[in-house]
Structure formats: structure tokens, C-alpha cells
Design a binder for this molecule. Structure first.
Ligand code: AOF
Ligand code: ZN
Length: 366
């Protein structure tokens, strides 16, 4: 790859990254416009949902700086869209502005676009190159790709444990195993998600708020509560934060539904054949509700159920340099007959956070 392309796509990826806490359910996209000499004359990043796309922001930025983009190259981390959604098609805007070449990291997996943006650009005589920065651009939108291609969110399960793998004492007390830096880091991972998922056991035991407090965010993720028998108290702290709350139950309860709806919450009833909430159907439903990244913070029961059904994509584990001894584990998994049956993961990321360690792990064969 030429130095100019590498530099421009790197800057476009930085711009895309600026949308981490803002664009959902839209993907995070960055755009850089450079003139024939490779000088950057416009920069843009996707706005909040319903707002302008990165290309439009970059065109506006160039115009505001008094630059003509005629004959220029647009470097963008996703295929320019071709559809009329909440905004007009970016490919048409680029053509109308006289852009001569588009370098894009990825094809947009949205079936409304899916290559049509590139086709329209080429048909208008714009040169198109696809690929630079693909891996980083996809990673930044791992949830959007999951929702578009698998019709379920990217499920990231957060765990905090001692070195001996204990997440709480037998009485449930878990405050605090990891240190303040790890807790703040955990809030950043919450903030990038479209929704946080927890279970009724956690709400009854800890009454957490489960919102983003440790950093500024332009929007709070929705809170999703799995509550089969609708036991949630109406004064639970999850209702205190200013964000959407959505519940999944296994059976209808008209009175409780009305009370929850008065509290501003919504409810879906999705039983499986055993009268529990159908977790796979829940993930499907969450994708339909435009959840890209689902951040799970739950107890060992819900964690175990999701893991046993193979519904988790990534573990986000904070390990504290402590030994606790007997207590609660990370997840209730089924016993194995042989070590060879162990689920095999790879460390996708490994970093020190304050006095603790943060591990990102993904399944090897998925
Ligand atoms: C782009 N540039 O910066 C982004 C794109 O509802 P709308 O009109 O905002 O369209 C949303 C869709 O547009 C989204 O699902 C994805 O396919 C694409 N996102 N496209 O050209 C951008 N964020
Ligand atoms: Zn667009």
C-alpha cells in the first residue's frame, strides 16, 4: 500500500473511532478527502443515529475550509451508502461533488447497500479501490457486521475475578474485586455497547444501576433485563437512569406489564419449550431492535446459560492479583468428562489496567 493511502486510511480510522460512543446503531465510519498532491482537505466522522454520514461531514468540512474537492480522492472506512435511509445516499453526494476516486476499507454488509454504493460510483466514472484498513474498520464495527450478517448482536461478556477465578464470596459480595482503573475501563466498554444485559438474580442481589458513569458518553446504552417470572421490583435502580429499559420474560403477566410500561419500560415474552426465556430468540429480537454490541454483566447463572448455548462471542475478563478462596465462579458450565472437551479460546487482547489485567478472549473455531 502506498504511504499516502496508509496515512489517509489511518486518519480515517481515527475519525471513525471518534464515533465509538455516538453512532450506534449506525456503524462508526471515518472519511478523509485528499487533493491530487495527497494533502488532506476534508475530514468527517459519522454523526449520531439519524445524523450526517462521515462522507457528508468530510465534504462539508472541505467546503468550510474553502477547498474544492473536484478531482480529489475520498478515503472512507466503509462503502459509501447508496440508499435513502434517514439521510441521502453518500455515493451520489461524492459524485455530485466531483470526487474522482474512492478508497474504501470494506463493503457495507447492510443489504440495502452491499456493493451498490461501489457500483454506482463506478458507473459514474469514479475509480474505486476496496481493502485498505479492512481489519481495523471491521473490528470497530464488529457489532454492526454481526447484526447485518448473523442477525444477532456481537455478545461480549464482562467478568471480574480474582486470580483463582472467584467473582464473589458465597454470600454474593463482590465489591470490589478489581481496582478503580479496571472499573472505569469497564464503563468504557459499556459505553460502546448498544445495550447492557443482566439477569434478575443480579438485580435482586445487588440492585445495580448498570449505566455509564465513569466517562462522558453522548448516549446511554439501553438496559436489557432477563426476568423470566417478572420478579423485578418497580423501584429497582435500573429504572433510575435516563435510558431505555427492555425486559424479556417467559410468561405474560398483564398487571406487571402495565406497571412496567408505566415506568417507561418495554417487555417481550419469549418462552422456550421448557418455559424459560429462549436466549437465541432473545438475541434475534435484540438484533431486530438494532442492537449491534450487547454487553453482558450478569451472574454465574445467566453467564452459564449463554455460554452453554454457545451464544457468547467474546469474553472481557478483568483479573485482580488476589486470592479469595471458596466463592462464586464466573459461570455455571456443565462438567466435562475429559480435558480435551474444554472450549478453546484465543487471547485476542491482553493489557494491564491499573493494578489488574484485562483479557479479551474469543472462541478459536467460530
Ligand atoms: C455511509 N457513511 O458514515 C455510515 C454509513 O439511516 P441512515 O440513512 O443513517 O443509514 C444508515 C446506514 O448507512 C447503516 O445501516 C449503514 O449501512 C450505512 N452507514 N454509511 O456511507 C457512514 N455510518
Ligand atoms: Zn452514507
Amino acid at each position: 500500500m502506498s504511504d499516502i493511502i496508509t496515512a489517509a486510511i489511518t486518519e480515517a480510522l481515527d475519525l471513525a473511532h471518534q464515533g465509538l460512543y455516538r453512532t450506534s446503531p449506525n456503524p462508526r465510519v471515518g472519511c478523509v478527502i485528499a487533493d491530487a498532491a495527497g494533502v488532506v482537505i476534508g475530514r468527517g466522522s459519522t454523526g449520531p443515529a439519524g445524523g450526517a454520514h462521515a462522507e457528508i461531514m468530510a465534504l462539508r468540512n472541505a467546503a468550510a475550509g474553502g477547498h474544492s474537492v473536484r478531482g480529489a480522492t475520498a478515503y472512507v472506512t466503509l462503502e459509501p451508502c447508496s440508499h435513502h435511509g434517514r439521510t441521502g445516499p453518500c455515493c451520489d453526494a461524492l459524485v455530485a461533488a466531483g470526487i474522482a476516486k474512492v478508497v474504501a476499507s470494506l463493503t457495507d454488509p447492510n443489504p440495502l447497500v452491499a456493493g451498490q454504493g461501489f457500483a454506482r460510483l463506478r458507473a459514474a466514472g469514479v475509480a474505486v479501490q476496496v481493502g485498505p484498513g479492512a481489519q481495523a474498520a471491521r473490528e470497530l464495527n464488529v457489532g454492526f457486521f454481526s447484526r447485518m450478517l448473523r442477525h444477532r448482536p456481537w455478545v461480549r461478556m464482562k467478568l471480574a475475578a480474582s486470580l483463582d477465578g472467584v467473582t464473589a464470596l458465597a454470600d454474593g459480595s463482590s465489591q470490589w474485586i478489581t481496582g478503580p482503573a479496571a472499573r472505569a475501563d469497564g464503563h468504557a466498554w459499556r459505553a460502546r455497547a448498544c445495550a447492557l444485559l443482566t439477569g434478575i438474580g443480579t438485580v435482586l442481589a445487588d440492585d445495580p444501576r448498570l449505566d455509564v458513569r465513569a466517562l462522558h458518553t453522548e448516549r446511554q446504552p439501553a438496559l436489557v433485563l432477563l426476568d423470566s417470572a417478572l420478579r423485578v421490583p418497580l423501584d429497582a435502580c435500573i429504572f433510575a437512569a435516563d435510558r431505555a429499559v427492555h425486559l424479556y420474560a417467559a410468561a405474560e403477566n398483564d398487571a406487571k406489564r402495565r406497571a412496567l410500561e408505566q415506568r417507561g419500560a418495554t417487555l417481550a415474552v419469549l418462552p422456550d419449550s421448557q418455559g424459560r426465556v429462549d436466549l437465541a430468540a432473545m438475541l434475534h429480537d435484540l438484533a431486530r431492535r438494532q442492537v449491534n454490541e450487547l454487553h453482558v454483566e450478569a451472574g454465574q447463572q445467566l453467564n452459564g446459560a449463554l455460554l452453554r448455548q454457545g451464544l457468547v462471542d467474546e469474553l472481557l475478563v478483568y483479573l485482580a492479583p488476589k486470592l479469595i478462596g471458596p466463592g462464586l465462579g464466573m459461570a455455571q458450565l456443565a462438567p466435562l468428562a475429559a480435558l480435551s472437551q474444554a472450549q478453546a479460546l484465543d487471547f485476542h487482547g491482553l493489557e494491564r489496567v491499573g493494578e489488574d489485567v484485562r483479557i479479551l478472549a474469543r472462541w478459536r473455531d467460530r
